[in-house]
Design a protein around this ligand. Sequence first.
Ligand code: SAM
Length: 269
Amino acid sequence: MTFHYLESADDPRVSDYTTLTDVHLRKLREPAEGMYIAESSRVLRRALAAGHQPRSFFLAEKWMADLDDVFQAYPDVPAFIGSAGLLEEITGFHLHRGAMAAMQRPAPVPLTDLLAGARRVAVLEDIVDHTNVGAIFRSAAALDIDAVLVSPRCGDPLYRRSVRVSMGTVFQVPWARLHHWPGDLQVLKEHGFTVAALELTPEAEDVDAVASRNVDRLALVLGTEGAGMSPETLAAVDLAVKIPMRNGVDSLNVAAASAVAFWELRARS
Ligand SMILES: C[S@@+](CC[C@H](N)C(=O)[O-])C[C@H]1O[C@@H](n2cnc3c(N)ncnc32)[C@H](O)[C@@H]1O
């Protein structure tokens, strides 16, 4: 392993890590360059365990021993070492979790492969808050959702905040981005899925009633924060399901609603 000691924040070898501010990363870096950032040694270990390939490591000197086994396993991947102050100058924030890695985005998994054998699929329509994306993945992993599909405008599951909030479960649950929305819901139907909107519509059935039918293959569509599900999507689904609200509360946060629905509508046999 060759360690590269950084002396200047302008070092072009660490351009993957420069100005990792939210807006900058979202708009420019990750989709354009096919990379994402794994932040903290725990998250980067999970990414590696999922088979993702590192482009480089980036850490303060005092964390070198902690990642020694990782460096041994990837002898050809450069590790950039710097003082805490220099790393902060490069990234634009304080790196209090020790280490980062710039990771190669894995190749997208074909939709047919994701759906083969799946019984419960979550579909996220334009969920834009990365905290919600991460929280939904965490619930999906914990509550036996076999795959997650995200609409073209949905937030990125591999965005730093999504990864962090998901506790690394974005590496665990297979997922794919859909390209035709809501047209791709038809593909789910062709694979034998009942496609249900999780939405408070006047026609929506109570979640308990739908759970009692123990649908064999169920795709559960979650609507965007604020506006909720689009009329086009509601027109494309087979049914709507609601979690009845009490005490004058309008709706649940979408991530909270996902956890309730994933559990209630789990495959029971
Ligand atoms: C915060 S809600 C949008 C609420 C929207 N402003 C409304 O009043 O209908 C975002 C998403 O969470 C889900 N959701 C929240 N509460 C729900 C409930 N009680 N039943 C079913 N879905 C719910 C739906 O998928 C919804 O599209």
